[in-house]
Design a protein around this ligand. Structure first.
Ligand SMILES: CC(C)(COP(=O)(O)OP(=O)(O)OC[C@H]1O[C@@H](n2cnc3c(N)ncnc32)[C@H](O)[C@@H]1OP(=O)(O)O)[C@@H](O)C(=O)NCCC(=O)NCCS
Length: 321
C-alpha cells in the first residue's frame, strides 16, 4: 500500500445521523457515477427515509474512507437473513488505484463475518469489474443500461401503439401507487414468478416473500421513500399473464426507472410485452412528477434478446458506450 493509503481511515457511519448519512450517500454516488451519462442515484430524501424505517432483520453496514478528514470513498452492505449480501464500494476517481477500494472491501468482509454466505455487487465500469475480479468475485450477470429520452416523443408512443400487434383477448390493466385490491392477488402471484423466471445469469434472487402483506408493506416503504409505482398487468381469459413496472421518485424525477417486465412463458411471442409497455408508458404520462423528467433508464441482460428488441423498438438507446 502506498504511503497515502496509510493515512486513509475507514470509519462506520451512524445511519441515524442525517448529516453523516447524506455525506456517505454523496460520496458513494459520486464514486459510482463518475463519468457516466444520466445515471440514477438515490436522493438524500430517499436515503434518509430508507434508514428511518429499516427492515427489521436486515444488517446494514455503512463505511466511509477518509484522507486527512476528507471523504474519498464509501461502502454499503445490506444483508437479510439467508440472502446474499448486497455490497457497494466506490472510491472517488482522484484516489483510485491506491488500495482504498481493497481496504473498504476488507472492512466490509469483517463487518459481515458470519452473516452472509454469498456477496453480490453491481458495477457499471471496467474498473469495477477488474476490481471485483481482483477481490476473488466472479461475473454473475451482464446487462446493458438503456436510456429513453423524456419527454416522450409523441411519435414514440404512436409508433409503439401502431407496432403493437393486436392481441386477441388480451386486456391490460394499469394503476399508479398501491395495487387495487381486486388485482393484488394476481400481482403477488406474478411478481413471485418473476423471481424465478427472469434471466439473471448466475445471480441468486432473494427468497420469494411476495405475499399480499409483504406487497402492502413494500408499497408503504416505497411511498415513504418518494416512489410512485406505475404498473400494468396483462390478462387473458381472466388470468394474469404478465406485468411491467416503472418507478418515479418525487424527490428526484429526472431519471425514471423502468423495472421488471414479465410475460408468462406460455404466452410469450404474442406481443403482450409490447402491449404492456405501451400501456404503461401511457400510464406514466399521468404522473405529474414525470413532467420534469429527462430520461427513463432500464437494464436488460446481454442475452435477453426479446427484451432488448422490445426496448429498442420503444426507443431506448444503449448508454455507457
Ligand atoms: C472499483 C473501485 C471501487 C476500485 O477502487 P480502488 O481504490 O481504485 O481499488 P484498489 O486500488 O484497491 O484496487 C485493487 C485492485 O483492483 C484491480 N483494479 C482496480 N481498478 C482497476 C482498473 N481500473 N483497471 C484494472 N484493474 C483494476 C487491480 O487489480 C487493483 O490492484 P493494483 O492496483 O495493485 O493493480 C473504483 O474504481 C470505483 O469506485 N469504481 C466505481 C464503483 C464500482 O464499480 N464499484 C465496484 C463494486 S464491486
Amino acid at each position: 500500500m502506498s504511503s497515502s493509503c496509510s493515512r486513509v481511515q475507514i470509519t462506520p457511519v451512524d445511519p441515524t445521523d442525517p448529516d453523516a448519512l447524506s455525506a456517505w450517500n454523496t460520496v458513494l454516488g459520486e464514486g459510482f457515477n463518475a463519468g457516466r451519462e444520466a445515471a440514477w442515484w438515490a436522493s438524500q430524501e430517499t436515503t434518509l427515509a430508507r434508514f428511518e424505517d429499516p427492515m427489521p432483520e436486515r444488517l446494514s453496514v455503512l463505511l466511509v474512507a477518509s484522507l486527512d478528514g476528507e471523504a474519498i470513498g464509501a461502502a454499503g452492505a445490506d444483508v437479510d437473513p439467508g440472502d446474499p449480501a448486497e455490497v457497494e464500494i466506490s472510491v472517488l476517481p482522484a484516489h483510485r488505484r491506491r488500495g482504498v477500494g481493497t481496504a473498504l472491501a476488507a472492512a466490509v468482509h469483517e463487518a459481515l463475518a458470519g452473516r452472509a454466505e454469498v456477496i453480490q455487487a453491481e458495477t457499471y465500469s471496467e474498473a469495477g469489474v477488474a476490481f471485483a475480479l481482483a477481490q476473488g468475485m466472479r461475473l454473475g450477470n451482464q446487462e446493458h443500461r438503456l436510456l429513453l429520452d423524456m419527454p416522450l416523443d409523441p411519435a414514440v408512443l404512436t409508433g409503439v401503439r401502431e407496432a403493437a400487434r393486436p392481441v386477441a383477448g388480451i386486456e391490460v390493466r394499469t394503476w399508479r401507487g398501491a395495487c387495487p385490491e381486486e388485482l393484488v392477488g394476481d400481482w403477488a402471484r406474478l411478481s413471485t414468478q418473476m423471481e424465478a423466471d427472469v434471466p439473471m445469469g448466475d445471480l441468486t434472487r432473494p427468497a420469494s416473500r411476495s405475499d399480499v402483506a409483504q406487497i402492502r408493506r413494500n408499497e408503504q416503504r416505497m411511498d415513504a421513500q418518494g416512489w410512485t409505482l406505475v404498473r400494468a398487468l396483462a390478462y387473458t381469459g381472466g388470468t394474469a399473464v404478465g406485468y411491467t413496472e416503472i418507478f418515479v421518485n418525487r424527490h428526484d424525477p429526472e431519471i425514471i426507472t423502468q423495472d421488471d417486465t414479465l410475460v408468462d412463458r406460455a404466452h410469450r411471442g404474442r406481443g403482450i410485452g409490447r402491449a404492456l409497455k405501451a400501456a404503461n408508458l401511457e400510464n406514466l404520462v399521468g404522473v405529474p412528477e414525470a413532467g420534469g423528467s429527462r430520461w427513463i433508464q432500464t437494464y436488460t441482460a446481454l442475452d435477453n434478446a426479446p427484451m432488448l428488441a422490445l426496448n429498442r423498438a420503444v426507443g431506448f438507446r444503449e448508454a455507457d458506450g
